[in-house]
Design a protein around this ligand. Structure first.
Ligand SMILES: [Zn+2]
Length: 343
């Protein structure tokens, strides 16, 4: 067996732990529930016990390279404090790294979950042939991660890459961050359901309204199913998701000129419904995209595309993620493999 590390994806609902070898082969994966309601100490105990069990199982077979943990929230990389986490409400200025290391008696690497997903897609997924990638993860919220030169771009405080809180509607829906009209309010699973409820309020006799009242688990997925059946309300919602993503991607492409941008998370399974609007918006708004877009025979030359049409050289790729919900697990396992200081 090759050297391996342990990756942890600590979500608000599920706690997933995997042993992954340095070639990227998944050796074993376990999924536990995250018992958020029993408090952060219990979450730490459950997580550390599961890590310990997995480490004990394989450590005599091959050298273990370390432990990486993806956490949904803002992490101070210097101190290992979780400053705040929307899915783990009592993790406010919580010294998570110290608590975990004390229990496991070894060094661990904590990292923001969206950064970790970007690292996973860069290692083994849609961006594996590229050194630079930006990723947007469309889940309960909208996460953003940036990998430059193969390494996570954290910024000065570890808060870099929060693309989900870019403004797309200056006076739009209030966001959990305090701003109005963040991308997260128009492109997350939560936003898709809210926009559907808004559409239902305007059109209570619609198919969308009937679906909402008959489906106890009315979700972004149910709305996508209606969109692919041709329901106008559902299609309009996903077109708007794509439009808002396109606006933010236009800024990213103009600012960064990266070779690839990856869209992941649960909502990305509705790619067919929202991606045409992304490309429309990019051709309309984004000068750098117009100059670097892969050939598209159906493209109309409007806005930025009318002034500058794609020429030779590197193309800008906008694509969906390949690893699904495992991106974060692989990325977390990758952290100790690329860390400058090994545990
Ligand atoms: Zn926000």
């Amino acid at each position: 067996m090759h050297k391996f590390s342990i990756g942890v994806d600590l979500g608000g609902t599920n706690l997933r732990i995997a042993a992954v070898d340095e070639q990227g082969t998944l050796i074993e994966k376990v999924t536990l529930g995250t018992k958020v309601s029993r408090g952060r100490d219990q979450v730490i105990v459950d997580m550390c016990d599961a890590i310990q069990r997995m480490s004990d199982k394989f450590k005599d077979t091959a050298p273990m390279m370390g432990i990486g943990i993806g956490v949904p929230g803002i992490i101070d990389m210097q101190t290992g404090l979780v400053r705040e986490s929307p899915n783990l409400p009592d993790w406010v200025d919580y010294p998570a790294r110290a608590a975990i290391e004390q229990r496991l008696k070894t060094v661990v690497i904590l990292e923001n979950d969206a950064n970790v997903a970007a690292l996973g897609e860069k290692w083994l997924g849609a961006a594996k042939d590229f050194d630079d990638v930006a990723m947007l993860t469309l889940g309960t919220g909208v996460g953003g991660g940036l990998v430059l030169g193969g390494a996570i771009w954290r910024g000065a405080n570890g808060m870099g890459g929060e693309f989900g809180h870019s403004t797309v509607e200056p006076d739009g829906h209030i966001c959990g961050c305090g701003n109005h009209g963040c991308l997260e309010q128009y492109a997350s699973a939560t936003a898709v359901v809210r926009m559907a409820r808004e559409a239902i309020a305007k059109d209570p006799a619609s198919a969308l309204a009937r679906a909402a009242s008959s489906d106890a688990e009315f979700s972004a997925k149910s709305i996508y199913n209606l969109a692919i059946q041709g329901d106008d309300n559902a299609r309009r919602i996903y077109r708007y998701v794509g439009r808002c993503l396109g606006i933010v991607l236009s800024t990213l492409v103009n600012s960064l000129n990266l070779p690839i941008y990856v869209i992941g998370g649960g909502v990305s399974s509705a790619w067919e419904s929202f991606s045409p609007a992304i490309f429309e918006e990019l051709r309309l708004r984004c000068m750098v995209y117009a100059a670097t877009a892969p050939p598209d025979p159906n493209a109309t030359h409007l806005g930025a595309s009318a002034h500058i049409v794609s020429g030779p050289g590197h193309k800008t790729i906008i694509t969906r993620a390949l690893l699904g919900s495992d991106a974060g697990l692989y990325g977390a396992a990758r952290l100790p493999m690329i860390a400058s200081v090994k545990p």
